[in-house]
Write a protein that binds this ligand. Structure first.
Ligand code: GLN
Ligand code: ZN
Length: 756
């Protein structure tokens, strides 16, 4: 019998009831017992669904009250010292304290889970001695068995991945930590084994990254210890998000099964198996249904792949599974009532992927014979989607343009002279990043307009009113380059997606980003096209109210790409160029409307960085090209700005420079010293503003703090090219604190101007 397996199921629930329960509990509206009950109900409903769909290996312990890394850390009693905790089961107050911070203690750091948009809480070891506070996988296994008769497959974050993603220890302490953690893992596994568990899934996604020889030794030690301690337990060593590095070492580990990603790591994993075979005594977990994409699987291609794999692995040793946890996709397409049929028919969210697993099992067993109707339907769905999204004129235009050189008329030094003459800006010009506080009033107005209670004119008048207020304020504060404030925008991607062709929006396509925060990425299903001006009216209006330059404000192609679910029939690179071509038309329209400074935000460039180092340079090259494609057609006198945040830049300064933006503003206040240091080695030669205060905090920064920041930066950077700005947009801030902070920023600038 061929088995199907799921690596993890979304936590958020069909109506985001998980999110709602968490938030109700945090705000004190839901008491603890009821909270536990609600979460149990959600958890069981997810298990029941997988049971009904006939999944053979159903994951348990994949559910979480916040995040699986935090679960693992708290299971091992790894509580940062600033939280008051003595021993025993970690109370929810401490658990959520670590995740969200308390009055007295800051939260643990949160960071991206590999190359996904999911963020985990970084465990802090800091000399702690791990203990097993409770056997969570066992509790989850028992629950599924008792309540639903399911023989669950407990999921555990593997020791190597856990250790490598934790912080607060030095390399020389790594082995000591591993020696402390291993007995706890062994205890968990032994208890599972005694309980009669058949399979456990040990997640080691870190195996898709390059390991040192020392780490490979650790890996061997871990799995040899497990093999010796729980000889009867079947361990699926699970990897995902890319092909594994060190195939031979991993294939030789004493585990029952190895789970590989044949979607996002298809080439690498397949190449290894073709070249080196697969151990005859092992089970291969074939991660073939995409756990990260929202599209139906091309079933014929999947069957062909299974058939090929069956040449290397006995069919009864194959398990057909999702490529990773389904955590990264929305729950079900069924709830989408507004999508056009061709689009809806081409989608598969978590629940539909469960069906696909079943189909592939049947199809594989009968060589397709049992699912001929489904295969035909599958072909039709892809054809219909292609027709729906196709715009040949865009394909031709983009092909032609991407063959050209993406260069401005003149290089920066010459442009800079022209721009300086035109704008006559003072030394150390001041500006902001784009958005001003989105007050309750602004959100209310947008709602009224969306519901139809307000007509376009009423809404426009309101937006103009906001622009008026903030243009005046910016002038009073004494800023040099103004912005219109982005009051008409909900979100930096959705706003543009709604105005471009090729995008669709789901009603319920939510995925967890971190904690209870969910995002609903737009869907790029077809060729992207400019259909009309998107930002010109508001920018032009703002410019008409002031003599100071007003910066136009666009979201860049790479950020739109990285924050959307995208089609898979053309490369991400091609999609980026289509976006660039569309945005370029907006840039040109702004310029024509008399806007002489245009900012193209690229906060999410790093989010698309491939996990494999060998692929990073290529990605950065086309990302830079897309940015240049967007911005290169303007006159020398038009000043192109960009803004980046959410990431470390020290290893990207070369690429940032290649973007050739006249001015870049970068978020730095949280890592200021470090970034300034990186610029010491790389003399950056274009305009640059290192954010002088952290907009993530409501605290109003003192003038002296900012003069300090400026002084530090100007030890390394040329004052003639330096700009003064906060480190990101201000939309989440309050009215008064924003004004006070900006006043202080201008004062700090005046002090600095007197010195340089
Ligand atoms: N222009 C955007 C704003 O100010 C930039 C947001 C961002 O960097 N995430 O809101
Ligand atoms: Zn930002």
């Amino acid at each position: 019998m061929i088995k199907s397996s799921v690596l993890g199921y979304p936590r958020i629930g069909i109506d985001r009831e998980w999110k709602k329960a968490l938030e109700a509990f945090w705000s004190g509206k839901l008491e603890e017992t009821e909270f536990h009950n609600q979460l149990q109900e959600i958890r069981l409903s997810h298990l029941r669904k997988q049971q009904e769909k006939g999944i053979s290996l159903i994951p348990v312990n994949d559910f979480s009250y916040y995040d699986h890394m935090l679960d693992t850390a708290t299971m091992f009693g790894l509580i940062p010292k600033r939280f008051s905790y003595i021993d025993g089961i970690v109370p929810l107050s401490v658990y959520y304290g670590i995740a969200r911070g308390t009055k007295d203690a800051t939260a643990s750091e949160m960071t991206k889970w590999f190359n996904t948009n999911y963020h985990y809480i970084v465990p802090e070891l800091d000399g702690a001695s791990p203990v097993l506070t409770e056997n969570r996988p066992l509790i989850a296994y028992r629950e599924a068995k008792e309540k639903l008769g399911i023989e669950g497959k407990p999921v555990i974050v593997g020791p190597l991945t856990f250790l490598k993603l934790s912080k607060g220890y030095t390399l020389s302490e790594a082995d000591a930590y591993l020696d402390k953690l291993l007995p706890l893992y062994v205890q968990i596994l032994q208890e599972l084994s005694i309980e009669g568990v058949e399979w456990v899934q040990i997640d080691e996604p870190i195996l898709v990254t390059k390991l040192t020889e020392f780490e490979i030794q650790q890996l061997k030690k871990i799995y040899e210890t497990f093999a010796a301690s729980v000889p009867n337990l079947k361990i699926m060593l699970q990897t995902y998000f890319e092909s594994i590095e060190h195939y031979s070492d991993i294939a030789a580990l004493p585990v029952t099964g190895i789970g590989l990603d044949f979607v996002h790591g298809l080439n690498g994993n397949l190449t290894s198996i073709r070249a080196l075979g697969f151990p005859a005594d092992k089970v291969l977990g074939v991660g073939i249904i995409d756990g990260r994409g929202i599209w139906k699987a091309p079933l014929r291609a999947k069957l062909a792949l299974l058939k090929e794999l069956a040449e290397f692995v006995k069919p009864e040793r194959l398990i057909i599974q999702s490529s990773c946890s389904l955590l990264h996709v929305p729950v079900t397409v069924e709830r989408e009532k507004k999508l056009v049929a061709e689009l809806k028919d081409a989608l598969a969210f978590a629940d539909e992927k469960l069906d696909e697993l079943g189909l592939l099992v049947r199809g594989f067993l009968t060589d397709g014979a049992d699912i001929t109707d489904e295969l035909e339907e599958n072909d039709r769905a892809f054809q219909a989607l292609k027709l729906l999204g196709e715009r040949s004129e865009i394909q031709h235009a983009v092909a032609a343009i991407s063959n050209q050189q993406q260069v401005r008329n003149q290089p920066f030094p010459q442009r800079n002279i022209v721009q300086q003459q035109k704008w006559q800006l003072p030394l150390l010009p001041t500006t902001t990043i784009g958005s001003f506080p989105q007050s309750a009033e602004v959100r209310k107005a947008r709602q009224l307009w969306r519901k139809g209670d307000w007509n376009n004119e009423q809404y426009n008048d309101f937006i103009h009113g906001q622009i008026d207020i903030w243009i005046k304020l910016q002038e009073e504060i004494g800023l040099d380059v103004l912005v219109h404030g982005e009051f008409e925008r909900t979100d930096m991607v959705e706003f543009f997606g709604e105005k471009l062709a090729g995008f669709a929006f789901t009603q319920n396509g939510w995925v967890q980003s971190y904690g209870s925060r969910c995002v609903k990425p737009p869907v790029i299903f077809g060729d992207v096209a400019f259909t009309g001006e998107m930002t010109v009216a508001e920018t032009k209006y703002a410019q008409s109210r002031t003599k100071h330059p007003v910066k136009g404000m666009l979201t860049g192609p790479i950020t739109i790409l990285n924050w959307s679910f995208v089609r898979e029939d053309i490369s991400r690179e091609q999609i980026a160029y289509q976006l660039a071509y569309a945005l370029r038309q907006e840039v040109e329209a702004l310029e024509q409307a008399g806007i002489g400074m245009i900012q193209v935000d690229e906060p999410a460039v790093r989010e698309g960085l491939p996990l494999k180092e060998a692929e990073q340079a290529n990605y950065l090259a086309w990302a830079v090209k897309a940015f240049r494609m967007t911005t290169c057609t303007v006159h020398d006198s038009t000043q192109i700005h960009t803004h980046m945040c959410y990431c470390e830049f020290h290893d990207m300064i070369g690429s940032i420079e290649e973007m050739d933006a006249d001015v870049i503003s970068i978020e730095t206040s949280r890592s200021h010293g470090e970034l300034v240091h990186s610029f010491e080695e790389n003399t950056y030669k274009l305009g640059i503003g290192l954010g002088v205060y952290d907009i993530h905090s409501p605290r109003v920064p003192h003038v002296a703090e900012m003069t300090n920041m400026i002084d530090r930066a100007l030890r390394v950077l040329d004052p003639k090219l330096f700009w003064i700005n906060p480190d990101c947009g201000l939309k989440t801030r309050g009215f008064d604190e924003t004004i006070d902070s900006l006043r202080n920023m201008v004062e700090a600038t005046q002090i600095a101007r007197a010195k340089y």
